[in-house]
Ligand binder design. Structure first.
Ligand code: 0A1
Ligand code: ZN
Length: 858
């Protein structure tokens, strides 16, 4: 465990290592508590030959050290658990052999080498390799690996995997071995080993140049059929990367392994991706449509890393967004091509606004490319990933698809096989002002763009003004826009543009810009930031009449949805303040879109979903009362459900797709029917919902009904939840869904219920998915987590403090739920502060200490 040192790493201190490490031969003899790792690495001078060789370790025990095959004298080196120093290295190429012993079964942090359900696996990003052996554990040292894995020949034929191509495998002296060679130099964080008894689904993929690649997805034996969809998604990803980006796969094999204990979603180790099993295993009886689209996206994401991340990696961890933002952009584009572009965009922006905007406005805010960090594990944030992807999307919007592809080709050509920086990447694109664009990477916070319209005597003016976040600079913002008249978009080619520049439908905004159109005989309306063309807050005078008109006129699906959400949010805010706005107009507007057969069902389903409680917290200026948020949401949902009863009944009566059809069209149909059902249930129409919760054979339908009953606090919810629990308690991924629904119930006794559930025989702090399903979900339960007496905060603090001893990464991530405590009213704020101070006093790891320090600052 890395305890807190309080040290900060600065980008400006970056310096290359004095030695390169061109090749490494590893011999790993696996044992649950005494795994022997023999690391033979060639080093050669790359800088000052008088510098010592300083390698990183973390909790290591050295048992042997040799230089060029000869034992090193004790005075020649210094070895501690977290460092190996060769005091006077030879001034030419040399080989250092270090033997260490590690205990996978004692590894509760799930970093380095550990066992999950009896399967050995590794997680090395960001700094896990140093828990296996001493190394230059940093992304700019690229090494060719040759790996021999040895394991006892246990029954069930264990598979032994590592990166690259398989050279040989077999049995030797009562043990199994396999020998892997990865010809592509890679940093330590992409290293992986997996060993255990696993089932597999296999296939082959022929690349565009005709090369055959053997594909395999390894899962718990007996669950092979549940990996078929992931395999299909993998093949589609491989083909898509060829057609859209010209990127071909480079090894003879591509392996994926699903494990049940994993800190994150998945990991892109070269040729051997390791996945959290929730992003591999699926069956319509057990997984929802959302699970399916998640699997498709994560499989694609990890596969796409092969070029954006692996072939071209990061110079240092400050450049994390170089691989993550770009790869998220690529996986979003893939999902848009596979499913519906409009729906994908709404989903992505919803996630951005719900998680990234609050992060960027709170104490955990940081630039997409930060200049400093205290704990690298805490940099895997929605800002690096999702905002990072938005920056790539803006770049794409500015220069267009053709020039974007040209720039990407240049990037792959120029930087293949290297560890690059964000500046290297940006330099490949034909941007007008690259330095100005780089400000997006340097500044934290979300800019606001003020939108004003005026119409006088046939002259329409649209004025946009940029207001940077505190401490931030003016940046180029791409505004995709249209000015809509009664019968369609006006021709902007003759419009007068002041300050900004307009190219097609993209306005480049700096400080401000004005577009004037003369000679009109009716007032038009602007549709700005179409497709959410920039990650900004849009500050436009509240005007429900204009939003209703946009609902009639706008052809941009994102803005159509956004207008409907603004209307609903207006009513929600009014309810929060105890107002009495009627729901009829809202019901009529969204009912019309929901019933419109010209729109795709998945889009219509979105329109039926009210802005979340979190969104309401975001828009309220401060001093938020969480109980009132919850009550306003419940009330409005019920009122809409009642007011829209007829429309909803018709939507629910639409024919159901077949239960095992998991394609996007069927998923969209289910989404629409279930969104209608959710509202209708809140409005009191529960009978069919209860039936669906008990009888549906498709998990999407069953869970949606269960959720609807729980969210409405229906009297039938307890029995339905119990039946669900009893039916699926032996399916861990489904049981997680049950834990989450229970954690999200908001009936006044949530904190107590979660405490009871922590005593459930199947709850365990050892499994990150289980922890997230109960405790993570609980932090999303606004009324309960932000309970005025601080009981919700105390619950999270207790769990995080205990977990800090075992798995600090997961503990720290849970604590980020405190990121918004300052938005709440004084009793809540004070309770949160007191609890955080307590967590700080007990923090053990650098992960938890770093998060809490930032939460309390200021
Ligand atoms: N690079 C992975 C994310 C990841 C990061 C850290 C991990 O350590 C526990 C695991 C995975 C991705 O972007 O998918
Ligand atoms: Zn990634």
């Amino acid at each position: 465990m890395r305890t807190d040192t309080g040290q900060t790493v600065h980008l400006e201190d970056y310096a290359p290592t004095p030695y390169r490490a061109p090749s490494t031969t590893l011999m790993i003899a696996l044992h649950p508590t005494r795994t022997v790792v023999r690391n033979e690495t060639a080093y050669e001078p790359a800088g000052n030959v008088d510098d010592p060789l300083v390698l990183e370790g973390d909790g290591l025990v050295l048992v042997e050290a040799q230089l060029d095959g000869m034992a090193l004298s004790a005075s020649a080196y210094e070895a501690t658990p977290d460092r190996f120093v060769l005091k006077v290295p030879p001034k030419k190429r040399f080989t250092l052999t270090l033997v260490t012993i590690v205990s996978p079964d004692d590894n509760t942090e799930l970093m380095g080498l550990y066992r999950s359900n009896g399967v050995y696996c590794t997680q090395c990003e960001a700094e896990g390799f140093r828990r296996i052996t001493y190394a230059y554990d940093r992304p700019d040292v690229l090494t060719v690996y040759d790996v021999l894995v040895l394991a006892d020949d246990t029954p069930g034929e264990p598979v032994l995997l590592s990166n690259g191509n398989l050279i040989a495998s077999g049995k030797m002296g009562g043990r199994r071995y396999s020998h892997w060679h990865d010809p592509f130099p890679k940093p330590t964080y992409l290293f992986a080993v997996v060993a255990g008894v696993l089932g597999a689904v296999t296939d082959t993929f022929t690349t565009q140049s005709g090369k055959a690649v053997d594909l395999a997805i390894y899962v718990e034996p007996g669950k092979e059929a549940r990996a078929e969809y992931a395999m299909d998604a993998l093949k589609r990803s491989m083909r898509w990367d060829e057609t859209r980006f010209g990127r071909e796969y480079d090894l003879d094999v591509f392996n994926i392994v699903a494990v049940s204990d994993f800190n994150m979603g998945a990991m892109e180790n070269k040729g051997l991706n390791v996945f959290n099993d929730r992003y591999v295993l699926a069956d319509p009886r057990l997984a929802t449509d959302t699970d399916y689209s998640g699997i498709e996206a994560v499989i694609a994401h990890e596969y796409f890393h092969n070029w954006t991340g692996n072939r071209i990696t990061c110079r240092d961890w400050f450049q994390l967004c170089l691989k993550e933002g770009l790869t998220v952009f690529r996986d979003q584009e893939f999902s848009a091509d596979m499913r519906s572009r409009a729906v994908e965009r709404i989903e992505d922006v919803r996630r951005l606004r719900l998680a990234q905007f609050p992060e960027d406005a709170g104490p955990l805010r940081h630039p997409v490319r930060p200049a400093e960090y205290a704990e690298i594990s805490n940099l895997y944030t929605t800002t690096v990933y999702e905002k990072g992807a938005e920056l790539i999307r803006m770049l794409h919007t500015f220069i267009g698809e053709t020039a974007f592809r040209r720039g990407m080709d240049t990037y792959f050509e120029r930087f293949d096989g290297t560890a690059a920086t964000v500046e290297d990447f940006i330099s490949c694109f034909e941007l007008d002002e690259p330095d100005a664009f780089m400000r997006w990477y340097h500044d934290a916070g979300t800019p606001t763009v003020r939108v004003d319209e005026a119409y006088v005597d046939g002259r329409y003016s649209l004025q946009l003004t940029q207001c940077p976040p505190e401490g931030g600079a003016i940046k180029p913002i791409p505004v995709r826009l249209a000015v809509l008249g009664q019968t369609g978009a006006l021709d902007l080619s003759g419009a007068g543009v002041e300050e900004g520049s307009l190219c097609g439908d993209i306005l480049t905004l700096k400080e401000s810009a004005t577009i004037n159109i003369d000679g009109l005989n009716e007032e038009p309306i602007a549709s700005v930031f179409r497709g959410f063309s920039a990650p900004v807050h849009i500050d436009r005078p509240v005007d429900p009449v204009r939003d209703m008109a946009l609902l009639e006129r706008d052809s941009d699906p994102f803005n159509l949805w956004d207008a409907s959400q603004r209307l609903a949010l207006g009513v929600l805010v009014d309810r929060y303040w105890g107002g009495s706005l009627e729901v009829d107009a809202l019901a009529e507007s969204i009912g019309r879109i929901a019933a419109d057969p010209r729109m795709e069902p998945a889009f219509r389903a979105f329109v039926l979903q009210l802005p979340s409680r979190g969104t309401l917290v975001e828009v309220l200026a401060g001093d938020v009362d969480a109980d009132k948020v919850d009550a306003a949401h419940q009330e409005l949902t019920a009122a809409l459900g009642a007011a829209m009863a007829d429309t909803l009944a018709k939507l629910r009566a639409r024919p159901a797709p077949t239960a095992d059809d998991v394609r996007a069209a069927a998923a969209g149909e289910r989404a629409l029917r279930n969104a209608a059902q959710h509202l209708a249930t809140a409005g009191g129409a529960r009978e069919a919902t209860v039936r669906q919760a008990m009888e549906a054979t498709n998990m999407t339908d069953r869970l949606a009904a269960l959720n609807a009953l729980a969210a409405a606090n229906a009297p039938e919810a307890d029995a339905a939840l119990k039946a669900f629990h009893d039916a699926f308690e032996d399916e861990p991924l489904v049981l997680n869904k049950w834990f989450s629904i229970e954690a999200l119930r908001s009936d006044g006794r949530s904190v107590e219920r979660v405490r009871e559930l922590m005593a459930h025989p199947k709850f365990s702090l050892k499994n990150p998915n289980r922890v997230r399903s109960l405790i993570g979900a609980f932090t999303q339960n606004i009324a309960a987590f932000h309970r005025a007496d601080g009981a919700g905060y105390r619950l999270l603090a207790e769990v995080a403090t205990t977990l800090d001893q075992q798995n600090p990464q997961v503990a720290a991530r849970l604590l980020t739920a405190f990121g918004e405590y300052r938005r709440f009213d004084a009793p809540r704020r004070e309770a949160a502060r007191a609890v955080l101070q307590d967590v700080q006093a007990r923090a053990r790891s650098s992960d938890v200490a770093d998060i809490v320090r930032r939460l309390l600052k200021g």
